[in-house]
Design a protein around this ligand. Sequence first.
Ligand code: NI
Length: 216
Amino acid sequence: MAGGTMNKASPALLILPLLALLGGCQPGAGSDADNGAQGELVGARIGAPFTLTDQDGKSVRWDDFAGKYRIVYFGYTYCPDVCPMDLQRIMQAFGRFEKEKPVLAAKLQPIFISIDPERDVPAVLKPYVAAFSPRLIGLTGTPAQIGRVAKDFAVMYHREEAKGGAGYMVSHSRTPYLFGPDGKPIALVPVDDPGTPGVDEGGPDAVLAALEKWVK
Ligand code: NI
C-alpha cells in the first residue's frame, strides 16, 4: 500500500542495515528471526520509555510492561492490507502459544502502536484490537508523542494524500519487534515468512516458532 520509498529518513534512523530495507507497508520486507542463538536485534538501539494512551483512554507507559516480553507492531487501523494481515498472523500465533504454554504467554504482551494518531483515537482503536485478541493492547497519542515514539523505535512513516481529496494513507515501515522483559529488542517477528506452500501458506507457524524460540 501507499508504496512510496522512505527517502526522507534521517541517518539516525538507519541504525541497522536491515531497517533500510523496510520500504513501506509492503509484503516481503523484514527478516528471518531464525539466525542463530542470538536475535538479530540484540544490541540495537530500538525502544525507549514512553507514555501513550490505550484503547480505553488510559495512560500507559513503556515501563508498565517491565518484566514482560513484548511484541510491538506499528501500523494504523485504516491500513487496507498489510497491517491487518500481519496482526492476524501474529495474534493467531499468540493464541496458539497461549494454548500450548499459558504460563509463558502470560509473560508476553502484544502491543499495536498507531502511526496515524489523528484518526486512531481510542474509540477507533478499541474495536480494532478487540477483533484480533482480547490480549492485544492498542496505543495512540498526540502526533508529537507518536512522532517521538516512532523515532525511538526506528519506525518510519509518512502521510500520503489520496488523489481527489479522498483522505490519506500512511506509508510506514513494517516492524514487528519482539522485546525482552528488560525492554530491549531481541528479534523481528517473522510475519513475512512465506510458510510452506499448500501447508502453511501465510499461516502463523513461523511466528509461533519465533515465540517458542525466544520467550522463555
Ligand atoms: Ni500498514
